[in-house]
Each structure stands twice: as C-alpha cells, then as structure tokens.
Design a protein around this ligand. Structure first.
Ligand SMILES: [Ca+2]
Ligand SMILES: [Ca+2]
Length: 182
C-alpha cells in the first residue's frame, strides 16, 4: 500500500513539474503579455523622475545631449517616447516648466519629424499628424547644410526670445530632449 502511495506521489510531482515547464514556456513565448496578477509591478515600472503636467507625464532628458535617434532610443528604453504636443495647453505647460527650471534657453527634441515626407510633420510618439502648430517665424525651413543634411526633426527652441517655439533642425544635432509616457 505504501509503495502505491509513493508511486502516486511521484507521479503527481512529475505531472506538476511538466505543468510548470509548460507554463514557463508559455511565458517565454509571450514576453510582452501583461500578467494580470502582477499589476503592482507594472504600476511601479517607472524608475525615472517623471513630471506630471496636466494629464501627461514627461521626463526631461537634461543629463546628456543626444541626437534625435539616440534621444528617441533613450526614451524607448525607459518605456516612453519622445514627446508629442497636440494643444496650446500642452505646449504652454511644458514651456513654463522648462523655463521655471532655468533651461528656457536650451534646445529640446520632441518626436516631431518630416523624415517620411518632406514638409509633412507627424509625431513619432503616436503616429498622428501635427495639427496644433507653434513654429518660430519662417520655420520649418528645411535648411540645408554644407554636408548635405537637411532639417527633419522638430525641436523646441527660444530662437527669438519669444518663448520655446518650434524649429526643424538636423536630426544629427545633439541636444536635450523630452520623453513622454503614453
Ligand atoms: Ca524637413
Ligand atoms: Ca529650421
């Protein structure tokens, strides 16, 4: 009798092991699946000092300067995107915060770009076309540099002392940047 019991226990243990292995393999097959039982971990995944302005949350990339691609990569690595700006309110809140921070004279990358089609800007953050606009006078001018590079990436820049308005700039230019949480 004891031997039968032992055999059953071993069999059940082996069966449980198989089930765990299958579950583990399923997890591996679906690395992006949200685990509903681990919601608290998802909520606490933001390890960056985020800034809440209105309904949006941002991260100001001011510890190093980077070209548009590197800045975009940095935002993505931390689960964000380079920022989009879709209203005057969003623009004003961001501008005020950057000014109050004492960085109103700096340049900041957003996710705006016309690399797909010259002159047609969209926000890489969400794929939406630029509707609200806040360009500096004469921008975007797609300026062409001696090395042949033209301007396809949208930065915030207080060019004329009239606030952080928009400018198309060469994407290789290294500057600060703004990430946003989607
Ligand atoms: Ca352009
Ligand atoms: Ca320009």
């Amino acid at each position: 009798m004891a031997r039968i019991c032992m055999t059953v226990i071993v069999f059940v243990a082996a069966f449980m092991g198989v089930l765990e292995a299958i579950a583990g393999r399923l997890d591996d097959d679906c690395p992006n699946c949200v685990d509903e039982h681990n919601a608290s971990a998802a909520a606490s995944k933001w390890t960056m000092p985020l800034l809440k302005l209105g309904e949006k949350r941002y991260y100001l990339g001011i510890f190093f300067k980077a070209n548009w691609y590197r800045a975009s990569q940095y935002c993505r690595y931390h689960g964000m995107h380079l920022a989009s700006i879709s209203s005057q309110e969003e623009n004003d809140r961001l501008e005020k915060h950057i000014k109050d921070y004492g960085l109103g004279h700096e340049h900041f990358w957003t996710s705006g770009t016309d690399q797909a089609e010259e002159g047609v800007f969209f926000w890489m953050a969400n794929g939406r076309p630029v509707t609200f606009e806040n360009w500096n006078i004469g921008e975007p001018n797609n300026f062409r540099y001696e090395n042949g590079e033209e301007e396809h990436c949208l930065e915030l820049w207080n060019r004329d002392g009239k606030g952080l308005k928009w400018n198309d700039s060469p994407c290789s230019f290294e500057t600060f940047f703004v990430c946003e949480v989607q």
